[in-house]
Design a protein around this ligand. Structure first.
Ligand SMILES: Cc1cc2nc3c(=O)[nH]c(=O)nc-3n(C[C@H](O)[C@H](O)[C@H](O)COP(=O)(O)OP(=O)(O)OC[C@H]3O[C@@H](n4cnc5c(N)ncnc54)[C@H](O)[C@@H]3O)c2cc1C
Length: 386
């Protein structure tokens, strides 16, 4: 067991830290939150630095690196803002990994090189208006049509909706019920019959596109099938790495909030003394750091153990669940250190708290993760349906 970063990983983290300072990502985070606009220049920059697709297969332009390197990069950049880390998440830990692992040669050639250059991106499309936690009830349907399929249905809360070039759509083949009927197909943004609903107006993660997807008799050629009927388990296995990316966003946001709270506690005076001299403030900062480190160990364990593959559901679930709750507690405590100023948009901790609240829902709620983990621990399935 080695808890140290190797030389290359340390260089990666140092490089990102310096870049963030040099390019004033702290201010960029404020602007993204204010305008809700994602700065496209970041894609070009990250592409040039080899940060996009660093975990993807080298045969298609990827970096062939282990998951942990992407996690470290996400964590470092999310200290400024999850939006600044988002392209690293999407291109390394997101649904493009399903294509990298299970796609056909043609699908990989068509998508992965573009993802590594920042020209293409893939959204994961699971949630429907009537099927969120109860994913296996999804009704977006594929009906045979010639040698392909026709796709009909609606997805909701899709990150990257309207912006991504490709959509990995979890769909039901015909009338086969429950998880057994679910597979996944690729839908290109320009496919006839595919349209977008209005953009969501979320409280946090401002600048992250998210909307409904509407499929009306969209032709799906057989070349666009990624996973067939009976392959739902493969989809969920690949999703475990995305869960660790979600947890890494939490590590970054919490670390950013602790840095802010510590600096403020050394500057702000009350009763003629810097507030860091009050034991309650010290303990609060120490508690935040302990919780962050505990989450970090869970996340690193899950991804390091998986190398370039997919982590176990139990380890990824524990990491995501713990990190999701940790970041809410830490950013809340950081706001308290700031007193009234913590509630003001003048300081970044209120934004961090708004961003923090997203992760315990996005990528599966902490409740549903507990349901899944309980089923592993008891070695039996607990059917949630009445
Ligand atoms: C910022 C953000 C980004 C997202 N990005 C995407 C994306 O890119 N792609 C995508 O497909 N989806 C995405 N989602 C959707 C997300 O995955 C769903 O919102 C989530 O799975 C919960 O589904 P729901 O909103 O329908 O809640 P519901 O399923 O209606 O649940 C409501 C509440 O009931 C609880 N609950 C439900 N069933 C049980 C049970 N059996 N036991 C205990 N508690 C239960 C839930 O935990 C939750 O607290 C995103 C959501 C957010 C907020």
């Amino acid at each position: 067991m080695d808890f140290n970063l190797d030389k290359d990983q340390q260089m990666l983290v140092d490089m990102l830290r310096k870049m963030g300072k040099r390019e004033n990502f702290k201010q960029l985070a404020v602007e993204i939150d204010k305008t809700g606009e994602f700065p496209d220049f970041l894609m070009k920059k990250y592409g040039e630095l080899g940060l996009l697709g660093m975990t993807l297969s080298p045969e298609y332009g990827g970096g062939g690196q282990p998951n942990i390197n992407a996690i470290l990069a996400i964590e470092e950049l999310a200290k400024f803002s999850p939006m600044i880390a988002a392209p690293i998440f999407e291109s390394n830990i997101g649904p493009v990994r399903v294509i990298d692992a299970y796609g056909t040669e043609e699908q990989k050639k068509a998508i992965i090189p573009g993802v590594c250059k920042g020209e293409k991106s893939v959204s994961v499309c699971m949630t429907e208006p009537e099927a969120g936690s109860d994913l296996t009830s999804l009704s977006t349907k594929l009906v045979e049509d010639g040698d392909g399929y026709l796709l009909n249905g609606r997805k909701t809360f899709i990150t990257g909706g309207g912006e991504a070039s490709h959509y990995l759509v979890y769909s039901r083949y015909g009338d086969t019920p429950d998880y057994k009927g679910i597979g996944a197909v690729i839908v290109e943004k320009s496919a006839p019959g595919f349209t977008f609903g209005k953009q969501e107006d979320f409280m946090g993660l401002r600048g992250m596109p998210s909307c409904d997807l509407i499929f009306e008799n969209v032709k799906i050629p057989k070349e666009n099938i990624v996973l067939r009927i009976g392959e739902f388990k493969k989809l969920m296995t690949t999703f475990d790495v995305e869960r660790c990316g979600n947890a890494a966003m939490c590590l970054g946001t919490a670390a950013g909030a602790i840095e802010e709270a510590k600096a403020y506690a050394m500057e702000r005076k009350a009763f003629g003394r810097p507030i860091c001299e009050f034991q309650d403030i010290q303990f609060s900062i120490v508690n935040m750091a302990m919780k962050l480190d505990a989450a970090r160990l869970l996340v690193y364990r899950a991804v390091t153990g998986a190398g370039r593959g997919f982590p176990s559901m139990l380890e990824a679930g524990m990491a995501k669940c713990f990190a999701n709750e940790m970041v809410v507690e830490v950013t809340d405590a950081a706001m308290q250190v700031f007193g009234g100023y913590g509630y003001s948009k003048e300081f970044p901790v209120e934004r961090m708290h708004r961003d923090a609240l997203a992760w315990r829902v996005a990528g599966g709620t902490v409740q549903m993760l507990r349901v899944a983990m309980a089923s592993i621990m008891f070695a039996r399935r607990f059917n949630q349906k009445a």
